[in-house]
Design a protein around this ligand. Structure first.
Ligand code: CA
Length: 411
């Protein structure tokens, strides 16, 4: 560790003149953690000293990243995040964002037609889905991804709230360099540590990145076909069911409670149809779908579009644990493949709410025995249907979405 020790002296003497005392102290503890804690683990995994020093020798902790806990302090709830306003579903589907992904996807569907056909043949994931993920994650590779991945990942492994997860990621990042997949200089990431055009974390790269053009390297930074095949491989490895759709927009009659939402309330799609659920385009569900299970999805409760989704919807959530993300991908894929068509139902404007207030409502529901999936200030499906059940029990009409009246009633 001579090189790192040398780099340490240089960075510390630079730090002494420029950094305030607290940050200086953090920087010292970080360097000592790199040498005494991370390095033995990396060495045991076959990382050479040369690789370790090249990747981490000059790295300083990035103290401006979100969700950090200063050494010696205990983790606090993420205060800033909780004071933030909850982002309404309507904003997520702003036409400017959706049409950017769908127009860009359609262009590339033409340019990459034969590559997409062979990737679909191999992995069973439709091209429209792959293009939508690619567009959403990195604007088809045009997004600026500026950070030093080793600085981001090592800072988070040292002091983030979920540091154990990031420790795995920084070790995987070192392994990527050690195996020759990528150089240290190429390891640029988002502030969350995600790499390249599909925005993979390093463990995902090692498990799912795919060399589709056969040049011997899974290049998710500059190769479009490797990027698309890597996304397809990720989704196939997470259980994408070949031949099934992601979902269908539907109208849900009042006789069906919005509290029936969720991946654990599956029913044959034909049975949903018998109960009165209809596709909004007026067509019946395809026969092969009708015979299989579907799940009710109402991301804004009764205040927005409703869907019957297939297990593939939940495979999309493996890419990003958010109903709105998965819906964005499915919806954009449909528009890339079948032409632009907005949702039939509109997102009613939801009230301005703080995440802290939603979290307080969730804790109150938890005290009454409801499962809200954790009081995180985000109305996921467990929170939405618990609101619906509470409303029904309280003699209210179920809406399955938070609003200020519910928040006040549950204070
Ligand atoms: Ca390649």
């Amino acid at each position: 560790m001579r090189h790192l020790a040398h780099a340490l002296c240089i960075s510390l003497s630079a730090a002494l003149v420029s950094l305030p005392a607290a940050a200086q102290n953090v920087s010292q503890q970080f360097q000592s953690w790199l040498q005494n804690d991370l390095w033995p683990d990396a060495r045991a995994r076959g990382i050479s000293e040369a690789t370790f020093n090249a990747a981490l020798g000059k790295v300083k902790p990035m103290l401006d990243l979100p969700d950090l806990v200063m050494p010696g302090e205990t983790a606090k709830p993420p205060r800033i995040q909780h004071q933030a306003e909850f982002g309404a579903p309507a904003n997520y589907f702003a036409e400017k964002i959706v049409s950017g992904v769908t127009a860009g996807g359609r262009n590339r569907a033409g340019q990459l037609k034969s590559a997409l056909a062979s990737i679909e043949q191999r992995f069973g994931v439709p091209g429209g889905i792959l293009l939508a993920v690619w567009g959403r994650e990195s604007g088809f590779g045009r997004a600026n991804i500026p950070h030093n991945a080793f600085a981001v990942l090592s800072t988070k492994a040292f002091m983030a709230r979920r540091k154990e997860m990031f420790r795995k990621e920084v070790l995987a990042a070192l392994e990527m360099v050690q195996r020759g997949h990528v150089t240290v200089a190429e390891m640029k990431s988002s502030w969350a540590g995600a790499l390249g055009q599909p925005q993979f974390l390093p463990t995902s790269y090692l498990q799912h990145a795919y060399d589709a053009d056969g040049d011997g390297r899974a290049d998710i930074w500059t190769s479009q076909v490797d990027t698309l095949a890597s996304i397809a491989n990720y989704l196939a490895n997470h259980g994408w069911v070949k031949g099934r759709d992601w979902g269908f927009e539907v109208a849900v009659p009042d006789s069906i409670s919005c509290a029936l939402e969720g991946p654990d309330h599956g029913m044959r799609i034909a049975d949903w149809a018998k109960m009165g659920v209809k596709r909004t385009n007026g067509r019946p569900f395809p026969d092969h779908e009708a015979r299989q299970d579907g799940f009710l999805l109402m991301p804004a409760g009764r205040s927005g579009p409703a869907f019957i989704v297939t297990p593939n919807f939940y495979v999309l959530k493996a890419y990003n644990e958010s109903d709105l993300y998965a819906l964005f991908v499915g919806h954009s894929a449909d528009r890339i493949t079948y032409g632009d068509r907005a949702f039939a139902a509109s997102w009613s404007p939801t009230e301005r709410m703080l995440r802290a207030d939603i979290a307080a409502m969730q804790r109150s529901l938890e005290k009454q025995g409801y499962d809200v999936g954790g009081a995180d200030g985000l109305p996921g499906f467990r929170t939405r249907r618990s609101i619906g059940e509470w409303q029904a029990k309280d003699g209210r009409k179920p809406t399955c979405f938070p609003d200020t009246r519910i928040i006040n009633a549950l204070k």
